[in-house]
Design a protein around this ligand. Structure first.
Ligand SMILES: Cc1cc2nc3c(=O)[nH]c(=O)nc-3n(C[C@H](O)[C@H](O)[C@H](O)COP(=O)(O)OP(=O)(O)OC[C@H]3O[C@@H](n4cnc5c(N)ncnc54)[C@H](O)[C@@H]3O)c2cc1C
Length: 355
């Protein structure tokens, strides 16, 4: 088989990369082992314009967020499903300091924040003594339907092989790369955590970050908002099901769900919610985060036909579509990859791999 690109991984990065390759009429094959605990299969899908305790705008908010919205809408239309919905965050202040930070950011004119005039609207559902604000222009990407639908489409077109990728089988020269019986112009790794073990890319400064989430059934809670008070409670695509998460662990001894998180999240929900709930599931995964919190995009400086789209960290749902498109535009039109994301910034470290 001869194709333009071999794509390793069909998480959110590999999905959008292959979508943009298809849009450019480039041929490709995806190789994916369908790991059930890949972060793309655990994520809530929240695309949030402000972040952190200081409620600052996310990196490149203007470009990335509107691009992501368009990207999910177009891919959803192609697959005949709703890939994204808008759902603002109701931010219940967990302490006086967080309330003050919100009010200060609002007074500074932060357009993604608004005072929520109906302060009593959620009294029947939640305990919130310090009031609430609203974070606007938030959306939820429905990865739980989008990724399987894209996978099904790719399997039907014989464009996806379900197997473990074995780096030892890669052979290449300056013009092409070969993997088993496949020859391609480019080989692009979108394999998340697995890139930590990739001999060409393992020198990149990854900083894996574990996160956990509970799936909770709450029959009496309206599903038209995301609710936040320390934890986020986000509506899932199935009615009455909510995703509760998450934590950010930089140090962890295993990647499995922990009883500590389960107890902490359940206790928190019992204090916060006034209506009954049932825990349905508990999941954990490790985010492919990076030390400087910027993604890894582009071509290996010493092996120009081998590329990477990775390091999406906590923001894969918004960053992956944007940088997948940049990588394809670079491939087809030689357009520049954002220097903050382009892996040529690690040219020196990556030279250590050339052996
Ligand atoms: C609890 C939690 C909540 C999160 N919530 C959000 C959120 O609300 N919003 C947001 O933007 N981000 C969120 N994230 C982060 C987001 O999940 C990641 O940024 C994103 O999923 C990374 O996607 P990826 O496609 O780059 O990697 P991955 O999701 O890791 O996908 C890699 C793919 O490659 C495949 N693969 C790996 N190795 C091999 C191999 N050797 N052979 C074949 N196939 C292979 C895997 O099966 C997988 O399909 C969350 C993460 C966690 C853990």
């Amino acid at each position: 088989m001869t194709v333009d690109c071999i794509v390793v991984g069909q998480g959110i990065s590999g999905t959008f990369l292959s979508w943009y390759l298809l849009n450019k009429n480039l041929s490709f094959v995806i190789i994916d082992n369908h790991h059930p605990l890949a972060p793309s299969r655990i994520a809530a899908g929240i695309i949030n314009p402000v972040t952190g305790r200081r409620m600052v705008r996310v990196w490149m908010a203007e470009e990335v967020l509107s691009f992501a919205h368009r990207a999910y809408t177009e891919l959803g239309r192609f697959l005949a499903l709703d890939a994204i919905t808008n759902a603002n965050i109701i931010d219940f202040f967990p302490n006086p300091h967080q309330r003050q930070v919100f009010m200060e950011r609002l007074a500074e004119g932060e357009e993604y924040l608004s005072a929520f005039p109906e302060q009593n609207q959620f009294n029947a559902y939640f305990n919130y003594e310090l009031g609430c604000g609203e974070i606007k222009q938030v959306s939820i990407a429905h990865l739980e339907t989008l990724l399987p639908a894209w996978r099904k489409k790719m399997l039907e077109k014989d464009s996806l092989i379900e197997e473990e990728f074995d780096f030892a089988m890669v052979m290449g020269n300056t013009d092409s790369v070969h993997y088993k019986n496949i020859s391609a112009r480019k080989l692009i790794f979108c394999d998340g955590l697995n890139s930590f073990a990739n001999p060409l890319f393992r020198q990149l400064p990854f900083a894996p970050n574990k996160g956990e989430a509970l799936l909770v059934e709450i029959n009496e809670l309206p599903g038209n908002y995301i609710y936040k008070k320390g934890f986020l409670l986000a509506p899932y695509i199935q009615p009455n099901i909510f995703w509760l998460g998450s934590n950010y662990q930089w140090e962890f001894s295993h990647d499995q769900p922990s009883s500590e998180f389960h107890d902490q999240a359940t206790n928190h929900l019992s204090r916060w919610l006034k209506v009954p709930f049932t825990i349905l599931d508990h999941k954990a995964s490790v985010r492919p985060a990076t030390l400087e919190r910027r993604p890894f995009v582009g071509w290996h400086p010493w092996h120009q036909n081998i590329g990477i789209l990775n390091g999406m960290g906590t923001k894969g749902c918004s960053l992956a579509p944007y940088f997948a498109n940049q990588l394809v535009q670079n491939l087809t039109r030689n357009e520049k990859i954002d220097p903050m994301a382009d892996i040529t910034r690690f040219k020196k470290i990556l030279s250590l791999n050339t052996g």
